[in-house]
Design a protein around this ligand. Structure first.
Ligand SMILES: *Cc1c(COP(=O)(O)O)cnc(C)c1O
Length: 395
């Protein structure tokens, strides 16, 4: 029996260029982003400029985590306590958490068969809830039909915040994920597309939004030392009206991210090469359903999702545990109990009037997920695909 032996949580090491620049930052002692010499741009400043350029967006703020970026995005957008915010029911816990942290109330929208947000349910809930904000997760890298999303946002006058934790480097129809909405948030946590342990970005084209985000992030009155930022006039009132919620990035994290950002597009290609191998194998396994990805979606597959239509909870449990015995770690998004990184929407019991979403539960009850770390070779992905098909076919 074939067994796979590598770890599903082992990412690649930090590039040598990042390690040596990190040592330089440590030798300098100037780890704080505002601890600069006269006329010096800090590593954090440079990273913000480089990420803004990569995205083709004028303003970028580096901060302490993706979830933190989502929280101050809410605040910088002007969300008030009690406001309703549309968001995916199928997402990770930091998303409803960020909404809750701003005092707002998440309005959960169903997932669709393609694992994207259900656009009919989105439209219905936009109309029924009167929400003015929409936090859209491109969950597990699945980019919904952005043309239709933007039409819905326009029709209902929704302020769109994109959660791009899984779409850094991805596009829809040639336009980068994160440039559709009013704000986009990214994560540089270890399991995302560039790795600083913890970290995140907030990007926007709106000068006032970025001015508020910078002050929120803990700039004190040093906002003039931001370069991917609006001119100082924009801060004139905002600096008095905006609380400091301290959550800056530091130069050590920034410096290890810069060479990774320069190599991001190449890494995305490597993820997708691995995905295509697994996808091809799953397509040959009759028990597995894997949605075809639309041509307009230039995704980045740092993970893969697939469904086992008609499988009971018991069968799914068996598949997960038999795969684990053979070294393959699958996550099940349908599990009633929250586990590891994964929790189903109905375990977020702090949400007021938590709805029941039978369609979402039905889809998640058959949905499995697997990480694709770049430490796996293409041949190893082939082996993983074989093992999964083998286990599934026997159940
Ligand atoms: C990881 C993640 C986040 C938040 O990122 P952190 O940096 O871990 O706070 C937000 N949304 C999704 C979908 C994520 O996977």
């Amino acid at each position: 029996m074939k067994i796979f032996e590598k770890s599903f949580t082992q990412q690649e090491g930090i590039p040598e260029a990042g390690i040596s620049s990190a040592i330089e930052v440590m030798r300098s002692g100037r780890l704080h982003r505002y601890n600069t010499l006269p006329d010096e741009k800090s590593e954090t400043d440079l990273l913000e400029l480089e990420f803004a350029e990569y995205m083709g967006i004028p303003y970028c703020l580096a901060c302490s985590s993706g979830g933190y970026a989502l929280h101050i995005a809410m605040r910088a957008a002007g969300v008030q306590a009690g406001d309703k915010v549309l968001c995916n029911a199928f997402t990770l816990a930091p998303v409803p958490g960020a909404i809750h942290n701003s005092g707002a109330v998440p309005v959960l929208v169903d997932v669709a068969e393609d694992y994207c947000i259900d656009l009919d349910d989105l439209e219905a809930k936009a109309a029924a809830s009167g929400a003015r904000y929409f936090m859209l997760s491109h969950m597990r890298g699945h980019v919904a039909d952005m043309d239709r999303i933007m039409a819905i946002c326009e029709r209902y006058n929704l302020f769109l915040i994109e959660d791009c934790a899984h779409t850094m480097g991805a596009s829809w129809n040639g336009t980068k994920s994160g440039t559709f909405g009013d704000i986009a948030c990214f994560s540089t946590q270890t399991y995302k597309h560039i790795n600083s342990g913890e970290g995140g970005f907030l990007t926007t084209r709106h000068p006032e939004v970025m001015a508020r985000a910078i002050i929120h992030s803990g700039s004190y009155m040093l906002f003039e030392r931001h370069f991917a930022a609006p001119p100082k006039e924009v801060f004139e009132q905002i600096r008095y009206e905006t609380p400091n919620y301290s959550g800056r990035m530091d130069n050590l994290r920034a410096t290890i991210l810069r060479p990774q950002l320069a190599d991001l597009d190449h890494q995305c290609q490597r993820w997708n090469d691995r995905y295509r191998i697994l996808e091809q194998q799953f397509n040959q396994c009759p028990a597995i359903r894997i949605p075809a990805r639309p041509e307009q979606e230039q995704f980045v597959a740092s993970s893969i999702q697939f469904s086992l239509p008609g499988f009971s909870a018991k069968q799914i449990h068996r598949v997960v545990s038999e795969c684990a015995e053979r070294g393959i770690i699958l996550k099940w998004f349908g599990d009633a109990e929250p586990k590891d990184y994964t929790s189903r929407y109905d375990s977020w019991r702090y949400i007021e009037q938590l709805p029941q979403l039978p369609k979402t539960e039905a889809i998640l009850s058959e949905l499995l997920d697997m990480r694709i770390p770049l430490t796996f070779s293409e041949a190893e992905c082939q082996l993983i695909g074989e093992i999964i098909c083998d286990v599934v076919s026997q159940n």
